[in-house]
Design a protein around this ligand. Structure first.
Ligand code: FE2
Length: 250
């Protein structure tokens, strides 16, 4: 790996314990500012370099740094906290929610909760918390990426889906693993795997640039699902994409 080209910047003084509660408030208050600021500067940049920088922080505002020059992924390090994490970790496999919705950001929580309810997930405090957390992250994605709708997936993964390192065919994608090992990522090495390989931890939020990132910088940070085959592990992964211009309400 090109150590000089791969930079990890830490930002934010919040503790993990503070981040969830403060995060929602600060995210709504400041993500617009950060997203606007970085999008403007990035779009006006003529840089044609490779974005290999990893930016990390303990609060949600770090996600807006995806627009900063040479940033390939912005990571919000966080802990989902107890007893929510234990509830996620001990859900029976047949009760894990496999969801696909497209919604306005404002309605995402309600639409997602209704979806998992229709598909048999029992009502309860933690189901509501899961839908609210996913909706909060979808809202952050929408504000940062300036989308009018969001496509939300909750994937239940127990095999080696997406085992090869890749860039997604989108402008950007937000990932958060609610249960199990997080997404792996590293500096692109052509056909070879990155070295070293980094891994998000459970609850972390990664906003990754994709193939269609709208500036001239090529993204040099690739990612994949962690290899699971034979581990007996089942992951629950949140994926948030742009829902498209005409997809609201579907
Ligand atoms: Fe991917």
């Amino acid at each position: 790996m090109d150590e000089q080209a791969y930079g990890v910047a830490r930002s934010g003084a919040q503790s993990s314990a503070q981040s969830s509660a403060q995060g929602r408030r600060e995210n709504e208050a400041q993500s617009d500012t950060h997203g606007d600021q970085f999008r403007r500067s990035a779009q006006h940049s003529a840089a044609r370099g490779v974005a290999r920088r990893v930016v990390e922080g303990d609060g949600p505002n770090i996600l807006g740094e995806i627009w900063s020059p040479s940033c390939g992924v912005a990571v919000w390090r966080r802990d989902l906290g107890e007893p929510f994490q234990t509830w996620l970790d001990t859900l029976a496999l047949e009760d894990l929610p496999d969801a696909r919705i497209v919604s306005s950001p404002a309605s995402a929580g309600t639409v997602l909760d209704a979806y998992v309810s229709r598909h048999g997930m029992a009502e309860g405090e933690f189901r509501t918390q899961l839908a609210a957390d996913a909706a909060m992250l979808a809202g952050a994605f929408a504000r940062i990426m300036k989308t009018v709708s969001v496509r939300i997936r909750l994937d239940v993964i127990s095999d080696n889906a997406c085992r090869k390192f890749h860039l997604d065919n989108v402008e950007a994608r937000l990932l958060c693993t609610y249960r199990g090992r997080g997404t792996q990522y590293g500096c692109s090495q052509g056909n070879a795997d990155p070295s070293p390989i980094h891994e998000l931890t459970t609850g972390d939020v990664g906003l990754f640039r994709g193939q269609r990132w709208p500036t001239l910088e090529r993204c040099g940070i690739v990612h994949r699902s962690p290899p699971l085959s034979g581990c007996g592990e089942t992951r629950l992964l949140l994926v948030v994409d742009d829902g498209g211009p005409d997809m609201c309400g579907m």
